[in-house]
Design a protein around this ligand. Structure first.
Ligand code: GLN
Length: 474
């Protein structure tokens, strides 16, 4: 049987594998061929693993013995900041040159036992800092919908891998939008799970109070299948939430009212066509029978400023471990201090150095109260706004991004313009709530059709509502 990659989903592939229409080996071969044809141009993968055929053969045996799961034999791509034992992992940074992971991240352990096949590790903004994948030490990734444009970031490699049919699903990480924004730019579904729903063990930390690993899929159901496989309590991550708590919340009844927050939609810099597209999506939801209610999130416009204080503070602390002694690159400068300065000065890229400086500054004595503590107070107020809103509505909807995919190079020398692209995505990370981006059609730009995304946010642990509303319109 000829494998139609474009229309393949996890469920369809699973059914074909069970029926024997094609084998896991054949399926992975088709993907490898496609990667070979497109990766040179798109640069989605930093490495394609040399043991894909072996992995696929093993999973094929499991399928034949009828011992598999829905993910057995499914080829997936993994962001380069998630550890896979005995594979290189670099967070797209020169500082991790030559580093090989010594253990599996919990999500990888879970996917291995579900029988997934790992195709390779994908490009990203260095240490997940960015929104375009241009901050990779290994060159930018291109958007398969228009190769002159970015795929979004920081998980741009994972999104582009899927969009070029170089994987059936993928893992990314989302600290301020890094799954949802590339999903929107590449016409995919992307989920940032509730903080604590998925273990962060084995994810290279960017900002520990914001980071979550999550899935990319071509359909809402595919994202749901991958999320179900990776979620769950993990004693190795002290912020991962016990399963009883995640489950108890799922028993609350729902009435399905969708809130539209006028305050954030009025932010400057939002493309008129994005707003038009968003209003059409809201009309579509109304047509499906959902009630639409205007809501107010009075502190939400502070979210971006709060994020860009808390995130660098945590990132600068987390990145202190890259000292030239423990991992990767090691430069000699004379004294131990010089070794440290030389390794970090040469090993980290510009954006990472900028955030380390910013983070160190906001944590320094005298500025801690003025910036960091103030940001935390505002983070709490934004949380209260959402709590109040969720007393009135079940879901809050916004566009995922203020613009469609921008040109490679367009914002790279203007960090503030790049940061503004995160305006809709950062609130969910600050509060810890789940958020899903689903494709909402395209806009025409320079003769190309550029995808847009609709973001749906729900209360903590209510991924179920996101999937159900998401499936009803996409
Ligand atoms: N674009 C955001 C940033 O640069 C989000 C990054 C992320 O989610 N990892 O911080």
């Amino acid at each position: 049987m000829k494998i139609d990659l474009e229309n393949l989903t996890i469920r369809k592939a699973h059914e074909h594998l069970l029926k024997g229409d094609f084998s896991a080996v054949e399926l992975s071969e088709v993907y490898l061929k496609n990667i070979e044809a497109h990766n040179k141009n798109i640069n989605a993968y930093l490495e394609v693993f040399d043991d894909v055929a072996t992995q696929a053969k093993e999973t094929q045996k499991i399928i034949e013995n009828k011992k598999g799961t829905i993910l057995t034999g499914i080829p997936i791509a993994v962001k380069d900041n998630i550890l896979i034992q005995r594979k290189r992992a670099s967070s797209a940074s020169k500082i991790l040159e030559g580093y090989t992971a010594t253990y599996d991240a919990t999500v990888i352990k879970k996917l291995k036992s579900a029988g997934a096949v790992f195709l390779g590790r994908t490009n990203m903004d260095e240490f997940a800092m960015g929104g375009s994948t241009e901050n990779s030490a290994f060159g930018p990734t291109k958007n398969p919908h228009d190769v002159s444009r970015v795929p979004g970031g920081s998980s741009g490699g994972s999104a582009a891998a899927l969009a070029m049919d170089g994987a059936l699903a993928a893992l990314g990480s989302d600290t301020g939008g890094s799954i949802r924004q590339p999903a929107a730019f590449c016409g995919l579904v992307g989920l940032k799970p509730t903080y604590g729903a998925v273990s962060r063990y084995g994810l290279m930390a960017m900002a520990s109070s914001l980071d979550q690993i999550g899935p990319f899929g071509k359909t809402v159901e595919d994202a749901e299948i991958l999320f179900n496989a990776i979620k769950g309590h993990d004693p190795m991550d002290s912020t991962s939430v016990p399963d009883e708590i995640a489950k108890r919340n799922n028993e609350v009844s729902i009435k399905m009212t969708i809130g539209v927050p006028k305050d954030i939609l009025d932010s400057p810099g939002i493309d008129a066509l994005v707003l038009k597209n968003f209003n059409e999506e809201i009309a579509k939801l109304k047509g499906k029978g959902y009630s639409i209610k205007e809501i107010s999130l009075p502190h939400a416009h502070f979210a971006l400023s709060v994020y860009y204080i808390i995130m660098p503070a945590e990132a600068s602390t987390n990145l202190a471990r890259f000292d030239g002694v423990r991992y990767g690159l090691s430069k000699k400068g004379g004294t131990p201090f010089d070794d440290y300065a030389k390794t970090r000065g040469e090993g980290f890229g510009r954006e990472v150095r900028r955030r380390i400086l910013l983070g160190t500054y906001v944590l320094s004595s005298g500025y801690y109260d003025a910036y960091y503590n103030k940001a935390w107070s505002l983070r709490n107020l934004i949380g209260k706004d959402f709590e109040h809103a969720f007393n009135e509505v079940d879901i809050i909807a916004t566009p995922t991004t203020p613009t469609p995919a921008f040109k490679i190079g367009e914002k790279n020398n203007d960090p503030l313009a790049m940061y503004l692209a995160d305006v809709f995505t950062v609130p969910a990370n600050l509060i810890g709530i789940p958020a899903l981006s689903i494709p909402s059609g395209t806009v025409d730009r320079d003769g190309k059709k550029l995808p847009l995304g609709l973001q749906l946010m729900a209360p903590h642990f209510r991924e179920d509502i996101l999937f159900s509303v998401g499936k009803s319109i996409f």
